[in-house]
Design a protein around this ligand. Structure first.
Ligand SMILES: Cc1ncc(COP(=O)(O)O)c(C=O)c1O
Length: 381
């Protein structure tokens, strides 16, 4: 049995009820009309003539080619599409791991990265180090490996911390997994939102012949409603096993979503540029907000991606602050408990904010007003 997915359960209660979603993990989305205005002639013809039958389990061939073209070393045959990144995480962990195996997972993380492997086999957590800007501790990963380790699962840019390792450490991690015959499962769903001078890390599937690169239209591209994700892996026998597993879940993707994802990827650089500009315009607003309340918050903008994990210093604690803020002012954040891990201690004084949605000024003003009122009625910290 899988435990409740805390983040999704919290979102069931608040995502569409709160007035301000200030913890969104996706970049600003767009309308169907806006997306279609980016289409080339072939994309528009596909959209107009679309037949609503079943589609291929691996994914629309042209979509697989468009996805492959975003990698340095992958062909269309190395791509398998899924219903979002979530389906891919679930099926990959259930396919790669068996009861006698062992996995290593970084913390903090997107919960299914941890609870899905834990439902199959023993898992060791390796904590990113908050005291060193959430650095990846390669020695700790190495120390966690066992003869039975089959999978090392990572996510960079990381949700919720926004951290990205330095390229040398990243390459060493891929090499370490290759040397030991371990699958590196790399969740890269925030890749592409890095702001200059930072450049995106090489994708795991480009670095290693057996690594699995997970990506999706949901986050950096801001199109989660399409529910189109994918795994790129040059181990085609493994990809075939994953395809077989998909026969038990979604069988194939939604045809309209495949065409829309194809249109979006063909305009991919324009969409990523737009979304990076939104993040770049937002960050000074967050910087100013947190500077104004520097006695209450310890803020560090994300290195990559569009989420950050600042510290709350108020004596009432972050859980109370987030609960009262959404109930009284309609501003949604995610408190530390949502990112608690069964594997390692995770900081209890953090919360996640999202910086990828357009125009956060009103939400920040509402939060500021609430803090000011609260300070008047009960001084804190
Ligand atoms: C790191 C990470 N991986 C995977 C997912 C799942 O993405 P999707 O909504 O496309 O299934 C999320 C969603 O928040 C995420 O943050």
């Amino acid at each position: 049995m899988l435990p409740d997915f805390r983040l999704e359960a919290y979102f069931s209660r608040w995502e569409f009820a709160a007035k301000y979603h200030l913890t969104a993990s996706d970049a600003q989305t767009m309308s169907l009309r806006e997306l279609l205005s980016l289409a080339d002639a072939d994309g528009l013809a596909r959209w107009d003539e679309l037949q609503l039958g079943y589609t291929q389990t691996y994914g629309l061939p042209e979509l697989r080619s468009a996805i492959a073209s975003t990698y340095a070393n992958a062909a269309a045959e190395d791509v398998l599409c899924f219903a979002g990144a979530s389906e891919a995480i679930y099926l990959a962990m259930r396919t790669l791991l068996g009861p006698g195996d062992h996995a290593v997972v970084l913390t903090p993380n997107y919960q299914s990265a941890e609870t899905t492997p834990l439902s199959v086999c023993p898992v060791t957590g390796v904590a990113l180090r908050p005291e060193e800007d959430w650095a990846l501790d390669l020695a700790a990963v190495r120390a966690a490996l066992r003869p039975a380790t089959r999978v090392v699962s990572v996510n960079f840019p990381n949700n919720p911390t926004g951290t990205v390792p330095d390229p040398a450490t990243w390459r060493q991690l891929a090499e370490l997994c290759d040397e030991r015959g371990i699958y590196l499962f790399s969740d890269e769903v925030y890749r592409g939102l890095e702001l200059p001078p930072l450049v995106p890390l090489p994708q795991a599937a480009d670095l290693s012949p057996t690594a699995l690169s997970l990506n999706v239209m949901s986050k950096a591209y801001g199109l989660p409603g399409l529910r189109i994700g994918w795994i790129v892996c040059r181990d085609r026998a493994l990809l075939r096993r994953l395809e077989r597993a998909k026969h038990y879940t979604s069988i194939c993707n939604a045809g309209p979503s495949e065409v829309l994802a194809l249109i979006a990827l063909r305009a991919g650089q324009r969409i990523l540029d737009r979304n990076r500009q939104i993040v770049a315009a937002n960050l000074p607003l967050f910087d100013a907000f947190f500077a104004r309340y520097s006695d209450l918050f310890d803020w560090q903008p994300p290195c990559g991606g569009c989420v950050a994990f600042p510290r709350y210093l108020g004596t009432d604690g972050v859980e109370a602050m987030c609960a009262e803020l959404v109930e009284q002012a309609g501003v949604l954040l995610l408190p530390a408990s949502i990112f608690a891990s069964a594997l390692t201690a995770t900081p209890a004084d953090r919360f996640r904010v999202g910086v990828g949605r357009r125009d956060p000024a009103e939400a920040l003003a509402c939060w500021a007003h609430w803090l000011d009122q609260r300070r008047l009625s009960r001084p804190f910290p």
